[in-house]
Write a new protein. Structure first.
Length: 250
C-alpha cells in the first residue's frame, strides 16, 4: 500500500483527527500500530451529524477494551469547540437542507476551510502536547471532490504549519490513495497485526457496530455495514465499499 510519507523512528508520537467514523477509526488503529503514544482530537462545529461526537467515545472505549496492546498507547482525547465554523458555513452539513451539487461543481456538503482549520488547531494542540505526527483520514480516491482533502493541500499544510510553528510536523494520510473497500481491508489487516486473537474480524465488527459516518446522524437503521440512513453520500460510499470488501472475500 502506497503512503505519501513513511514516518521514521524519529517520529514516535501522533495526534489523530478522530471523528468516530470508519475512516478516522481506521487511521487511529494504524497510528496505534505504529507510534508509541497516540492522542485524539475532535471538533464540534455544529454539524448536523454531531451524534458522531458521542459515537467516537464508544469507539474509544471499545478499542481500549478489545485491544489491550493498543490501550497502553492511547492517551488523552480532546474535543475542541469550533462553533465559529458553523456560523460562517451555509452547507448541508451545518443546515437542514437537501444534499445537492452546487454550480461550482462541489457538493453542498463541502464546508469551506474545514480541514484547514482542523489541521491548524490540531497542530497547535500537538505543539503543546509534544506530538509530532498529525494523522487524518482525508482521501483523494473515494471522495466528494473536496479540495481540502487533496494530497497537494495536505503537503502545503504540512509545510505551512511546520514553518509557522517552527516545528517539523508530519501530516500522515493513510487513506489518501485507497478506496473504501481497501479501507475495510486495511482495518482487517491492522486488527490481525494487533496481537489480539481474531483481531481482524474484531476490528471490522467494532467499526460496523460503533462508528458513525451518516451525514444525517441516523442511527436507528442497522445495515450490514453499520448504522445510517443508507441514502446520503457518506452512507453510499461506506455501503459500496463494504459490499466490494465482502465480495472479495472480506
Amino acid at each position: 500500500m502506497n503512503h505519501p510519507v513513511t514516518p521514521s523512528r524519529a517520529h514516535t508520537t501522533a495526534l489523530v483527527l478522530f471523528s468516530g467514523g470508519q475512516d478516522s477509526t481506521t487511521c487511529l488503529a494504524l497510528a496505534l500500530s505504529k507510534y508509541d503514544r497516540v492522542e485524539t482530537v475532535a471538533f464540534d462545529y455544529g454539524q448536523r451529524h454531531r451524534i458522531e461526537l458521542d459515537a467516537r467515545l464508544h469507539v474509544l472505549r471499545e478499542l481500549k477494551n478489545r485491544f489491550a496492546p493498543w490501550a497502553a498507547k492511547l492517551g488523552p482525547d480532546h474535543l475542541l469547540d469550533l462553533a465559529v465554523l458553523g456560523q460562517v458555513s451555509d452547507c448541508a452539513l451545518t443546515r437542514d437542507v437537501a444534499f445537492t451539487m452546487e454550480s461550482s461543481g462541489l457538493p453542498n456538503t463541502f464546508v469551506p476551510g474545514r480541514n484547514l482549520l482542523f489541521l491548524t488547531l490540531a497542530a497547535a494542540l500537538a505543539y503543546r502536547r509534544d506530538l509530532q505526527v498529525l494523522v487524518t483520514g482525508v482521501c483523494e480516491t473515494d471522495f466528494s471532490g473536496y479540495p481540502d482533502c487533496r494530497d497537494d493541500t495536505m503537503k502545503a499544510m504540512q509545510l505551512a504549519l511546520s514553518l509557522g510553528m517552527d516545528k517539523r510536523f508530519l501530516i500522515e494520510t493513510p487513506l489518501m490513495w485507497i478506496d473504501k473497500a481497501d479501507t475495510w481491508r486495511l482495518a482487517r489487516a491492522l486488527g490481525e497485526q494487533s496481537g489480539v486473537p481474531n483481531g481482524g474480524s474484531a476490528l471490522v465488527e467494532l467499526i460496523v457496530e460503533h462508528t458513525h459516518t451518516c451525514y444525517l446522524g441516523e442511527r436507528s437503521q442497522r445495515h450490514a455495514w453499520g448504522y445510517g440512513c443508507g441514502n446520503c453520500p457518506a452512507c453510499q460510499l461506506r455501503a459500496g465499499g463494504y459490499q466490494r470488501f465482502v465480495q472479495a472475500g472480506g
